[in-house]
Design a protein around this ligand. Structure first.
Ligand code: GDP
Ligand code: MG
Length: 443
C-alpha cells in the first residue's frame, strides 16, 4: 500500500537537499510526487488537493530545526499532515452516560459488517464487558445463521427473532433484553445492499431511532477506492455516523479510503479489520498509519528526537535561569507554555500509561489555575514582569492587575506568593546542588 510514495519521494527530495532549505520552488517537485502517489492509492481528488495545499503551507512556514536537513523536515511535515488528516489521535468508542453501549453497524453488503460485529464483540468481551449481538439482517436467512455461528465461536450470545420481524423492532427488543439483563454493550448487525438506496437508508434511520446508539460505525471495505468518499458522505448524511471500521486491510488494497474517511465525514476510523479471523481487529492509530504510508518511520522518529533535543535545550536554559534571582514572570509564562506546548496538559498526560480519570480531573484544575495566572501576568506592565519584587510591597499595583485581568486581589496575591516561594525553592535547590557539585549535571 502506498508503495509508490516513499520510492518516488526519495527521488524528489534531491532538489530540496541541494538547496539547503525549503522554498516555494523546491517543494514543487516533491509535492507533485505526493499528489501522484495519493491519487494512485485511490485517495479522492478533492481530499488530495486539500492535503497538498496544507502540506505546502506548513512546509514553507516551518521553522528549521537544528541538525535536520530540509528534506527530513519536509518528511516530518507530510507525516504530521497525514496524521492530522486521519484524525490525529486514536479514537475510542463513545462511553454511554448510563445503560449499555449500543453500537450500530452500517455499510454496504459484503463490506464485512457481520464479521466486524463479531470481532468487536470479542474485543469488548476481552475487556471484561458483557456483550450481546443482535441480528437484524432479515433479508437473507443465512445472514442470521452467520452471526449465530460467529457468536457461538466467541461465546457471545446472539439475539434474533427470525426473518419475520422488522429490523428496528428486533433492535429495540434486543436492547430491551440487554437493559434487563444488565449487558454492558450491544452490537447491532444490520442488512446491507449492493449500493446505496433510499430504502436501506430509511431502514437504517429507523433502526437507529429505535435504539439510539452510542456509536454508529460505518463499515468500509479498504478496496473501495475512489468511491469511498461518496459512500462515506451518503451514509454520514443519512445516519450521522460516529466513526468507521476499515476492513480488509490485510488485502492488497491501495488503502486510499483510509485518508478520505475523516476528511469527508469529520469522523475518525476507530478500528481496522486485518483478516477473516475474529481476532483480526485493531484500534486505528493515525500515527502508525502515517508512518506506514510514508515508509519512513526512521526519519520521522529522527526528526522527533531532534525536536525533543531543542525543547530540552530551551528547558535547560529556563532551569538555569530559575536557579538565579533573574527568573521573572516572563520566564514563568514561557515555562508554562513549554509544558502545554503539545496541546493541553490533560491530553498530554492521558497518553501516558496508567493515568486515570481522577488525575485527569486534578490536571484540569491545574490547567485552569495556570490560565488565571496567565491572565494576571498579561495585565502586568513590562517592568512588573521583569521585577516581580515591585508587586510584593505595592497594593495599588496589585489592585490594578486584579481589575485588568478580571480577577480578585486575593488571586493576585496568591500568584505572587506562589511565584516567590517557587523561586525561593529553586534557589535553595541550586545552592544545595552547588555544594554537592551537581549543578552542571542539571543544566
Ligand atoms: P457483510 O455483508 O457486510 O456483513 O460482510 P461479511 O461480514 O459477511 O463479510 C464479507 C466477506 O468478507 C466474508 O467472506 C468475510 O470473511 C470477509 N471479511 C470481512 N472482514 C475481513 C477482513 O478484515 N479481512 C479479510 N481478508 N476478509 C474479511
Ligand atoms: Mg452481514
Amino acid at each position: 500500500m502506498f508503495d509508490g510514495l516513499s520510492r518516488s519521494l526519495e527521488k524528489a527530495w534531491d532538489s530540496v537537499r541541494r538547496d539547503g532549505k525549503l522554498t516555494a520552488e523546491n517543494v514543487k517537485e516533491p509535492m507533485r510526487e505526493i499528489r501522484r502517489a495519493l491519487l494512485e492509492a485511490d485517495v479522492s481528488l478533492p481530499v488530495v488537493r486539500r492535503f497538498v495545499k496544507k502540506v505546502e503551507e506548513a512546509a514553507l512556514g516551518e521553522r528549521v530545526v537544528k541538525g535536520l536537513s530540509p528534506d527530513q523536515k519536509l518528511v516530518k511535515v507530510v507525516y504530521e499532515e497525514l496524521k492530522t488528516l486521519m484524525g490525529g489521535q486514536q479514537a475510542e468508542l463513545v462511553q454511554p452516560k448510563y445503560g449499555p453501549s449500543v453500537i450500530l453497524m452500517a455499510g454496504l453488503q459484503g463490506t464485512g459488517k457481520t464479521t466486524a460485529a463479531g470481532k468487536l464483540a470479542l474485543h469488548l468481551k476481552k475487556k471484561g464487558l458483557k456483550v450481546l449481538l443482535v441480528a437484524t439482517d432479515v433479508y437473507r436467512p443465512a445472514a442470521i445463521d452467520q452471526l449465530v455461528t460467529l457468536g457461538s465461536r466467541i461465546e457471545v450470545p446472539v439475539f434474533e427473532l427470525g426473518t419475520d420481524v422488522k429490523p428496528p423492532e428486533i433492535a429495540r427488543q434486543g436492547l430491551e433484553k440487554a437493559k434487563q439483563e444488565e449487558y454492558d454493550a450491544v452490537i447491532v448487525d444490520t442488512a446491507g445492499r449492493l449500493q446505496i438506496d433510499e430504502r436501506l437508508m430509511e431502514e437504517l434511520r429507523e433502526t437507529k431511532a429505535a435504539v439510539n446508539p452510542t456509536d454508529t460505525l460505518l463499515v468500509v471495505d479498504a478496496m473501495t477506492g475512489q468511491e469511498a468518499a461518496g459512500l462515506v458522505k451518503a451514509f454520514n448524511d443519512a445516519v450521522d455516523i460516529t466513526g468507521a471500521v476499515l476492513t480488509k486491510m490485510d488485502g492488497d488494497s491501495r488503502g486510499g479510503a483510509a485518508l478520505s474517511i475523516k476528511e469527508v465525514s469529520g469522523r475518525p476510523i476507530k478500528f481496522v479489520g486485518t483478516g477473516e479471523k475474529m481476532e483480526a481487529l485493531e484500534p486505528f492509530y493515525p500515527e502508525r498509519m502515517a508512518s506506514r504510508i510514508l515508509g519512513m518511520g526512521d526519519v520521522v522518529s529522527l526528526v522527533e528526537k531532534a525536536e525533543d533535543a531543542i525543547q530540552a535545550e530551551e528547558a535547560a536554559e529556563l532551569t538555569k535561569k530559575m536557579m538565579t534571582a533573574k527568573f521573572d514572570f516572563n520566564d514563568f509564562l514561557k515555562q508554562y507554555k513549554t509544558v502545554t506546548g503539545m496541546g493541553n496538559l490533560s491530553t498530554l498526560v492521558k497518553m501516558l500509561p496508567g493515568m486515570n480519570k481522577v488525575n485527569e480531573k486534578q490536571l484540569a484544575e491545574v490547567e485552569r489555575k495556570y490560565k488565571t495566572y496567565e491572565s494576571m501576568i498579561q495585565s502586568m506592565t513590562k517592568q512588573e514582569r521583569e521585577q516581580p519584587e515591585l508587586l510584593a510591597k505595592n497594593p495599588s499595583r496589585r489592585r490594578r492587575i486584579a481589575r485588568g485581568s478580571g480577577r480578585t486581589e486575593e488571586q493576585v496575591a496568591e500568584l505572587i506568593g506562589m511565584f516567590t516561594s517557587m523561586r525561593a525553592q529553586m534557589q535553595t535547590l541550586s545552592r544545595m546542588m552547588a555544594l554537592s557539585g551537581g549543578a552542571q549535571g542539571m543544566a
